[in-house]
Ligand binder design. Structure first.
Ligand SMILES: *Cc1c(COP(=O)(O)O)cnc(C)c1O
Length: 489
């Protein structure tokens, strides 16, 4: 299957590209992104076929339904990453927390956050494609927490790929920072930056735009790619677990085949819920997609009123930092799907020049056909964490943003799947505070306190971080990033 561009074609780039081209060079004409030309069918016939399937077999069929230009053997090797998850027989467990509410735990991979679900197999495929073409790629990431560790983890020691990861010094949790700075692989570089996440992201953008840096890359025969969630190579892996979750409900006799369900997705860049949107559109019986946000509730405003307004907002730091986002890149793919490339280009240009856009009344109704939205403040999330802990289930603050949404619809008689995007161990000081201990300052203390006071234990991958050698101790000022990078390359 071919991939087309959300903002139309500029006459210079190819009008359509293959999957491998779309993942190696993910930016399309006019700054747009790639989307599949059409969607496969994941309706009841497909679901019946997979009622007994292991996650990996379901995944292979989903990938092959898109007719992507990646060999079956490569796909199978990529999917074997799930064998290293906590339970290889079911890498994505579904836990019942209420009669009609289930949590799909997407965090049982190596970095304990849902980014692994897609980045793990994606990294393998990207490296294989680079090798096949005899090309070398540099992946640069600015991270406030989860993307950095997951990107480093997937590309470590992979041929033909180098990774450089910038993080704001002091802007991540201890666990997240240690996951990055203890990275041992020779092909990866981690740089702490003096400043906040916005500064870090701006520095990365400046560097990538600088002609100087570009010609240095060219001289070294290195191409740039991106592993952020605008890359369709990540989205495709985020369709699979929505189908798997539905099948689990059927297997557990909670629903009959064909019954509709609600999906509640804690959202930032909109990649996770976009995967659910594609699954719904392809036939998965979903009543509504419920988009959960924190106080940076730009998506709530969009879905409630049709206005996307970055202009009148400042980013607010919250206890669910992976959702502290104003520019939610994957919304563009929904706009394209519903309103076409011309309108998408118009809306995105308006966003770039004025910081906002507004949908028409009709467009808003179309958006609300599929989506509903809510947001929760930090104190509400802490209340939900405490409440579910008292029922024996510990959730992280991102997952907790979903619970209000569930409560609002719980009288409707349909089952709900809530997506859990991080293990509590990554945000342990917040969880400890929610459980009543507000004197704890560090992750080590919080992890120990929670392990002592609940039934949870700290996985060895997390525990081991605190004694691992720091390999990337450097924190630099903005001016020195380029020198650091060139030394690494
Ligand atoms: C990345 C992330 C999110 C947001 O997911 P999107 O696909 O960007 O909407 C939510 N929670 C956690 C823990 C994450 O790491």
């Amino acid at each position: 299957m071919q991939f087309i561009e959300t903002r139309g074609n500029d006459g210079v780039k190819a009008k359509e590209v293959s999957f491998s081209e779309a993942i190696l060079s993910p930016i399309a004409s006019f700054g747009g992104i790639y989307v599949p030309k059409e969607l496969p069918e994941f309706g009841t016939a497909f679901l019946e076929k997979h009622i007994e399937s292991h996650y990996k077999d379901l995944a292979l069929d989903v990938l092959q339904s898109f007719e992507i230009d990646i060999e079956e053997s490569t796909l199978k090797e990529a999917l074997s990453c799930y064998d290293a998850f906590d339970d290889p027989s079911n890498p994505v467990p579904l836990e019942k927390i209420e009669d009609d509410c289930f949590v799909m735990e997407l965090y049982h991979g190596p970095t304990r956050a849902f980014k692994d679900m897609a980045l793990q197999p994606f990294g393998y495929i990207l490296s294989k494609e680079a090798q096949k073409r005899g090309e070398n790629y540099l992946i640069m990431a600015a991270t406030s927490g989860d993307t950095g560790p997951a990107t480093l983890e997937t590309f470590k020691n992979k041929d033909n790929i180098k990774v450089a990861c910038l993080y704001p010094d002091g802007g991540t949790s201890d666990v997240q920072r240690l996951q990055m700075v203890t990275e041992e692989a020779e092909n990866e570089k981690v740089i702490g930056v003096v400043g906040n996440f916005d500064d870090t992201q701006n520095m990365l953008k400046e560097l990538l735009d600088s002609d100087d840096f570009k010609s240095e890359l060219e001289r070294r025969n290195i191409k740039l790619s991106a592993a952020n969630s605008v890359n369709f190579g990540r989205i495709i892996f985020q369709i699979i677990y929505h189908i798997h979750g539905y099948l689990e409900l059927v297997r557990q006799d909670e629903i009959a085949m064909g019954d509709k369900v609600y999906l509640v997705v804690p959202s930032g860049n909109f990649g996770n819920v976009l995967g659910a949107y594609y699954a719904k559109k392809a036939g998965l019986p979903v009543k509504k997609l419920l988009v959960a946000s924190n106080i940076n509730n730009i998506l709530t405003e969009l879905i409630d009123s049709g206005v996307y307004d970055m202009e009148s907002r400042d980013l607010i730091k919250t206890e669910s930092p992976a959702m502290d986002i104003l520019k939610s890149s994957n919304v563009e793919r929904v706009l394209f799907d519903k309103f076409g490339s011309e309108r998408t280009k118009e809306l995105m240009e308006s966003l770039n020049t004025t910081g906002k856009y507004m949908l028409t009344g009709r467009e808003l109704i179309s958006l609300q056909d599929d989506f509903e939205a809510t947001y929760s403040e930090d104190c509400e999330c802490e209340d939900y964490i405490a409440r579910y802990a008292s029922q024996g289930y510990i959730m992280d603050p991102h997952t907790a943003t979903c619970m209000k949404s569930y409560e609002n619809i719980s009288h409707k008689g349909l089952k709900t799947i809530v997506y859990s995007t991080a293990e509590w161990t990554k945000f342990s000081t917040t969880v400890a505070r929610a459980l009543g201990n507000d004197t704890i300052e560090s992750d080590t203390e919080a992890l120990a306190w929670i392990a002592e006071n609940t039934d949870e234990s700290v996985p060895s991958i997390i525990e081991g971080l605190f004694t691992k050698e720091v390999k990337h101790g450097k924190v630099v000022e903005k001016e020195l990033i380029k020198d650091e990078m060139l030394r690494f390359l």
